[in-house]
Structure formats: structure tokens, C-alpha cells
Design a protein around this ligand. Structure first.
Ligand SMILES: [Zn+2]
Length: 480
């Protein structure tokens, strides 16, 4: 269904409607990119595309703005497709069923994809109107943001002449995002040797934790199941020396693990079980506010085929998990309450001849990320292992001097009668990737109110879109 034609802001909503009619899940944005390319061709605007699915449309400066530096408007083409159970419409293959209720636009039964379709719609609406005053524009629409920012990662920075970028991928009106964390994964590998050892086999597990996102929720002080398990095993080892057989916890390095378990051999099962119970009670008490479901259990189990680690390697494995740093590592000196650097031990696995631990490192300041990686590598090497860094991407550090932010704050104060919230997030954003590719980039991320993105409850506030649209036009008008 289409939207009632009396809704405002009409230029944005009419493009938004057309975007919603074209399925554009991550990995399948070519049809939407085709639509945008045809839009550009019809208006004689230069357009280029790359193999990653990114699209750049440029528009010359309006009269009087020829000397002004260009401004980049940026959003992503792909959307997260989710639907309610029983919803017959498949948003990956069909256009969305739009509906309006009061101030809200939503899609019946599915995600709306206003994250980030509204950015594409606003950008096209700016390009479409020949009467708007603005400097030269570079509209950058990236592919596959929602599945690892693949488009931004692959982008050729030489495409862009502009060094001022307005990203339209925020979902709270009045919040200007001005910094984000970079990150990488550190994969620690500790070689293990195994040998037979008589004794009783026990399984020890930690479960029922709250878990959460390793960036945006790292400051909540929740228990990490792998680290909690190491604490239980330390108590067990102190009560009755043990040998580890296996250790498994977590699924992804960017999620705080909610469960972990280990199998071990001990010569004194009674002492080991008592120690596990006592340490479990301590942990439950320590984390009762953040992880009320935390449960530690220990029980005899059937011995498997696999020999335990040697005594020395068992100690090394336990030392690694005990001493790997974790949680918040530094707070921002610029933005109160913002985590600047953090670590999450996300996955631990043991194979026949090695233990692998995967940690997610995040920092808005790249040098802190390097420092954390060095700390982890030094510890792992001292224990006879090695570390590989994977998926490294740069952070977007706060800029004290930002003419773009100053201009946007001025327009915001005039339009809203108050100051915007200047904030940063402790997670990766495309702005960070782009800042790494465009030296000296001055960048701010804004957007209208979009509650419950990535869920079928996602909705978009019409009044908010109207205000942000007016705000954007005024910022462009003053960009000279
Ligand atoms: Zn988004």
C-alpha cells in the first residue's frame, strides 16, 4: 500500500515509498542501486558504482556556492529484513506493506528499513530539487552496512573530494554522533599437549548470564561466562590440582558470552565439587544485580576419548584465561560516560592440540587498540602461544575542531531552541571506516526517530522526518 499523498515532507516520503517497493536486503541491493542510478541518469547527474555495490551520485554547487567545499551525504542501501511469525510477506523478495498510524509510518508485519531507507530518500530528494541552495554534493550510498560494513570497507576513498560528511544513519533525533570505536579481533592460540591421567572426570559450567553486545553494553559490568568459568576453575585447581580436558564458551567475539563449560580430571572430586560450589555462590552474589540468572554447576560426567592436557599446559590454559584483560579499559576524557576502549573475551574453544581464545578489541583511539593488542600478545607469547589480529578497522576519534559540527549545532539551536546531544558510540560505524579512508574528514551522524530498528516493530516518526529534513536543508544552505 502507498502512503496518503497529503503526508509531509512530501519529497522525502515519495522517494521513501518507492524505495520500500524495491526489496533491498543486505547482499541484494543491486535493484535499489539500479533505481538510484536511473534516477541520476534521468537528471543528468554523474553516477558511479563499484564491485562492492556502492554508489556515488554527484551534483554541482548551486549558484553562489561554487567556491564552497563539497559536502558528502551518506547512508546505506541495505536493510535488515525481519518479519513477525506468520507474516505472509517476505521483505527479502517483495515490496513492503506500508501503513500509517498517527505520527508513525511502519510496514505491516516486517521491518520498515527506514534504517537506512530514509537516508537514501532524503539524499535523492536533495538531488532532485534544482532550486535548493547547497554546495557541490557527493551522495554516497554504501552497500551491506548491516553485515559488517562491507561496502564502506571496500570503498575507494579517491572517489570523494569532500572532507565534510553528514551521515544519515542515526535513529534518535537531536543526537549528533561524532565518534565511534574502531576494532579488531585478536585470536590467541595456545598449543597443548595431552597425556593420560587417572582420576574422576567432572563437568563444570557457568550459564544463565545476561550476555549482550560487546561494545554498546560492555560498560554494564555484566559477567563474562568465559572469565567467570576461569574463576571457578582457579578455585577448583587450588582445592585439588586438576587437568583440563576441554573448555568451550561463547559464540561470537562481539557478544558477551552467556555460557561456558569445561571438562577436567581430578584426583579429589569431592574437594573439587565443594570448591566449585563455593566459588559459584560467590559469583552469584557478586553479579546478582547484573546477571541474576548466573548459575554454576559441577558434576561428575562420563570420561570421553580425549586425554587431558599435561599438568603444565593445563596451568597455562588457566593462566591465559585468568589473566587476559576484559571489560572497559579506558573512558573518554572528552565525552562523559563514554567508553573509549574495551575488550571482550568472546569465544574460547579447545581442540586436540590447541586452545583458541577470540577477543573483540574496540577503541575510538587507534593507539589504545594497539596497546591492548600488545598486552594480549605479550601474555599469550609468554605462555608459549601466538596471536593473530583479524578484521582490523579504524576508530573515528572525536575532533575538537569541527566546523561541520559547529554549523550543525548552530542550525539545531535555532530550529529546536536547545542544544543537541553530542554523543559517541562504543561500536563500529561506517563513519569510522570512511574517516580512515578520507584523511582529515569532518563528519557528523544524524537522523530522525526510528524506534525498534532491526525488528518488525521498526517505525518512523513523520514529524521527526519533517524536522530533520528542514534541518538538513538549512545546514546545506549555510555550507558556504
Ligand atoms: Zn543503519
Amino acid at each position: 500500500m502507498s502512503l496518503p499523498s497529503n503526508l509531509e515532507p512530501r519529497p522525502v516520503l515519495s522517494f521513501f515509498e518507492q524505495i520500500c517497493a524495491i526489496p533491498h536486503p543486505s547482499g541484494h541491493t543491486a535493484a535499489l542501486a539500479d533505481y538510484c542510478a536511473a534516477f541520476a541518469a534521468a537528471r543528468g547527474l554523474p553516477c558511479r558504482r563499484d564491485g562492492a555495490g556502492n554508489l556515488l551520485i554527484t551534483k554541482p554547487a548551486a549558484p553562489g556556492y561554487e567556491a564552497a567545499p563539497p559536502v558528502i551525504l551518506q547512508g546505506h542501501l541495505d536493510m535488515v529484513c525481519q518479519r513477525q511469525p506468520g507474516c505472509p510477506l517476505d521483505p527479502e523478495r517483495e515490496g513492503l506493506d506500508l501503513a500509517v498510524e498517527g505520527d508513525w509510518v511502519y510496514a505491516r508485519g516486517t521491518t520498515l528499513g527506514a534504517d537506512d531507507g530514509v537516508a537514501v530518500a532524503m539524499a535523492l530528494a536533495v538531488l532532485d530539487d534544482p532550486a535548493l541552495p547547497h554546495p557541490a554534493l557527493e551522495v554516497l550510498l554504501t552497500a551491506d552496512e548491516e553485515v559488517g560494513m562491507l561496502g564502506a570497507m571496500a570503498l575507494d576513498g579517491s572517489w570523494l573530494a569532500g572532507r565534510q560528511l553528514i551521515n544519515l544513519d542515526s535513529e534518535v533525533e537531536g543526537e549528533f554522533t561524532v565518534s565511534c570505536a574502531g576494532g579488531c579481533t585478536a585470536v590467541c592460540r595456545l598449543p597443548l599437549t595431552r597425556s593420560p591421567f587417572p582420576g574422576e572426570v567432572l563437568e563444570v559450567s557457568v550459564s544463565g548470564l545476561a550476555g549482550g553486545h560487546s561494545g554498546t553494553e560492555i560498560h554494564r559490568g555484566r559477567a563474562n561466562a568465559c572469565r567467570a568459568l576461569a574463576r571457578v576453575l582457579s578455585a577448583v585447581n587450588a582445592a585439588a590440582p586438576m587437568r583440563l580436558i576441554s573448555l568451550e564458551g561463547g559464540r561470537r567475539d562481539n557478544a558477551i558470552p552467556a555460557a561456558a563449560s569445561a571438562r577436567l580430571v581430578t584426583g579429589d572430586a569431592a574437594a573439587a565439587l565443594a570448591a566449585a560450589e563455593e566459588r559459584g555462590a560467590e559469583l552469584a552474589e557478586e553479579f546478582r544485580a547484573t546477571d541474576p540468572g548466573l548459575t554454576v554447576s559441577a558434576a561428575p560426567c562420563f570420561p570421553g576419548e580425549v586425554n587431558p592436557m599435561t599438568r603444565a599446559d593445563s596451568e597455562k590454559a588457566l593462566t591465559l584465561l585468568t589473566c587476559l584483560p576484559g571489560g572497559v579499559q579506558a573512558m573518554s576524557a572528552h565525552i562523559p560516560g563514554l567508553v573509549e576502549a574495551s575488550l571482550n573475551l568472546g569465544v574460547v574453544e579447545t581442540g586436540p592440540d590447541a586452545l583458541t581464545a577470540r577477543l573483540c578489541l574496540r577503541s575510538a583511539v587507534d593507539s589504545r587498540k594497539t596497546a591492548m593488542a600488545e598486552e594480549i600478545a605479550a601474555l599469550t607469547r609468554a605462555l608459549g602461544g601466538g596471536v593473530e589480529i583479524q578484521g582490523d578497522y579504524p576508530g573515528w576519534a572525536y575532533r575538537e575542531h569541527s566546523p561541520l559540527r559547529a554549523r550543525m549545532e548552530e542550525v539545531y539551536r535555532e530550529q529546536y531552541g536547545e542544544k543537541p546531544v553530542i554523543q559517541a558510540i562504543h561500536a563500529g560505524l561506517e563513519c569510522g571506516i570512511l574517516a580512515g579512508k578520507l584523511p582529515g574528514l569532518d563528519c557528523v551522524s544524524v537522523g530522525p526517530n526510528l524506534p525498534d530498528i532491526h525488528t518488525p516493530r521498526e517505525r518512523m516518526s513523520l514529524s521527526s522526518v519533517g524536522r530533520v529534513w528542514r534541518f538538513l536543508l538549512e545546514v546545506l544552505r549555510r555550507s558556504r
